[in-house]
Design a protein around this ligand. Sequence first.
Ligand code: PLP
Length: 404
Amino acid sequence: MYDINKVRQDFPILSREVYGKPLIYLDNAATTQKPLCVLDAMREEYLNVNANVHRGVHYLSQQATDLHEAARETVRAFINAKSTSEVIFTRGTTEALNLVVSSFCDEFMKEGDEVIVSTMEHHSNIVPWQLQAAKKGICLKVIPINEKGEILMDEYEKLFTEKTKIVSVAHVSNVLGTINPVKEMIRIAHEHGVPFMLDGAQSTPHFSVDVQDLDCDFLAFSGHKMYGPTGVGVLYGKEDWLDRMPPYQGGGEMIDSVSFEKTTFEKLPFKFEAGTPDYVATHGLATAIKYMQDLGMDNIHAHEKMLTDYAMKRMKEIEDMRIFGEAEEKDAVVSFLVGNIHHLDMGTLLDRLGIAVRTGHHCAQPLMIRLGIQGTVRASFALYNTTEEIDTLVEGIKRVSKMF
Ligand code: PLP
């Protein structure tokens, strides 16, 4: 059903060597490799279609606009949004989160109001709130986690007060791999009359995310983490919220009319899309989404779950292995340390064996503080990885360990 050899042929970079060794790419949570169909689609658009979108009457501009708007429809269907008005193209997850934080705070939050985030957030779901805290005096409340790296649901419920205005949490932790119980968390937030923003950077590449089923109010994700190009991402927002939020940036594309006395804004989604969008990248992203859909999101998830379970089992064979993140619901990420070996040393020596992993705090320093460490080594899996690659990783870790 899932022909991994055929899948790998779609990604020529996977056949290259580094330091004379076959490349083993296990840094997928940072960014994924791109299949040929995505590269071909973007090359074809630059070669034969390229023109600025929306404002042109000429043939190429209309064709480019059609591709760009078709991409919006592909994204809408991918996350099951009600309407393309709810799909805003951004530069990535970070920009999507910043957009909501800034615009939501402007309209709906005042000094003393509270946002709930979790211990395992990426900096991009912490720092934008802190910028608002400095500007407006809003407060961050933090959901604690247990030793396995799971959210403490009882503690979550206790954080709500009459000042809570929004909850903003990662669907999947980029360090622990924990899949958070977001459907239940969203239900609880709504019970308190509070909207919920989901950071989907590490979920949308791995399994189906249905915004209507989850009932999230906002969802942010990045194209480059799901086989699409860099520089493009998505903000989904319920129309009702987006309609009431002010624009994030001003400029071309987002206005209805402008005079020096008064400006009126475009309707959704364009109100939030100032300036020329990366329309070639949106077409690339749509091509990546179709590629994933052709393979089947459930097949991708099953393959990656098999890889994660296999990696967890094999890595526990290694002496002095410490794995961070042992949640019941876990996906595609294994963070670890071995004995006293510094994460940077482990990463550098694995690299010499052709194995690409990430080391450090993974933009989650508050989580590192909670875990009482400075950083980890992180292996993260994608739809093209194999159990043989995990075997080579395990042998590599054992080799490095012996050297110390
Ligand atoms: N949120 C999570 C959970 C992430 O893992 C990342 C990237 O690693 C981001 C947000 C930020 O994504 P980007 O850098 O593509 O904006």
